[in-house]
Design a protein around this ligand. Sequence first.
Ligand SMILES: Cc1cc2nc3c(=O)[nH]c(=O)nc-3n(C[C@H](O)[C@H](O)[C@H](O)COP(=O)(O)OP(=O)(O)OC[C@H]3O[C@@H](n4cnc5c(N)ncnc54)[C@H](O)[C@@H]3O)c2cc1C
Length: 409
Amino acid sequence: MSCPRILIAGGGIGGLAAALALRRAGFEPRVFEQAARLQPVGAGIQMSPNATRALLQLGCGEHLRAAAVAPESLEVRSWNTGRRIFSTPLGERCLQEYGAPYYHVHRADLHAVLLKALGQEPLHLSARCTGFVEEDGGVRVDFADGSSQWADLLIGADGIHSAVRTAAFGPERPRFSGYAAFRAVLPAERIQGLRLQRNLTSWWGPGRHFMHYFISGGRQLNCVAVVPAKTWPLESWSAQGTSSEFLSEFQGWHPAVLEMIRATEQVFKWALYDREPLPRWSRGHVTLLGDAAHPMLPFQAQGGAQAIEDAVVLAGCLSRSAGRPREALEEYERLRKPRTSRIQGVSRGSAELFHLARPVQVLRRNTQLRLTHRFRPGRLAHRMDWLYAHDALAEASAAAREESTHERH
Ligand SMILES: Cc1cc2nc3c(=O)[nH]c(=O)nc-3n(C[C@H](O)[C@H](O)[C@H](O)COP(=O)(O)OP(=O)(O)OC[C@H]3O[C@@H](n4cnc5c(N)ncnc54)[C@H](O)[C@@H]3O)c2cc1C
């Protein structure tokens, strides 16, 4: 069979990673992105070892390393006193135990790294997918300008409000979590006086939290803070905020937190949505990937990481099942859905744990964590093993080997 035509709707982290993984597997995918130019939100992103491992496998190691900051540890502090609740080593430990680094990256840098490896040629901009029709053993993909493209396979990597998902499974609104995030990136020199370490630091306060880490080789500081929000109109799920609005949400917090907020200039507000796990991701010759398939709250910092894992597994499944795309999509879904559904659930659980508001609950949580940190620190560090030690590519290959042994017997 000649090389199948694979069309990816959406040029975010997931769409670009999928295109790259497919290219490396010998396919010639094309990415159709609605925006006129790729302009990810001005914010940082954490890439945990499960994601960096996949990015290294995709040949992005060198450029990623140059753009990233590797945090030494995760430090969780109390909102007003700054007293440490617990900490977990990341830098060297991640390399030794998971064989891959933990990185903090500016989203624009991550896009640039993926694009550098992929090349511009597969990318089509100003192409908003509006839906698809199954025809001639494949799919006709329709675009907002009235044009259409025929493909053997359509991958919907078009985010939480996915048009491909709606066309495949019908409309359904995502669930508003009751939280909104403030996000800002500021030049590191503005907060030099704070002498911040190269850590991932999270300050936990009643009902909200504030997190910061360095990106862009240490030249910039990324701040992300989550606050309760009663309602949010779906139509404007991200909006421009102001430093004073940001500050007003953190009255009475530690002076270091207030200094970081005062140093911000451009502030974004982001409504936090997720969905229940979908019963299925694929229909015929169409499948979903990343937030289109499994949008999750950001409290495990895994949405982008899971999109990258999806990408390498999907490419692996397609390359093994040449000429049998439906089987490949079934295998992809079987391999990926249990893990991403679990992370969706755990991320919801973390929303509660991070944002306890009643003083008695906060005291109980902090005391338990301090005691665990003191007497069983390994327990805190290893609680993330199931996420960070995962090698998506190896798991997919092992599954394929198992299947072929099964078929031979
Ligand atoms: C506050 C916050 C912090 C986060 N922190 C982390 C973190 O630290 N680590 C982590 O791994 N994840 C994190 N995430 C999650 C992560 O940002 C997302 O999971 C990730 O961006 C999903 O990638 P995606 O490519 O699936 O979707 P998106 O990033 O949403 O990309 C979708 C792309 O599709 C395009 N598109 C949309 N509709 C169409 C259409 N109809 N036709 C064509 N193109 C279309 C969009 O323009 C966009 O370029 C965070 C999320 C939030 C909100």
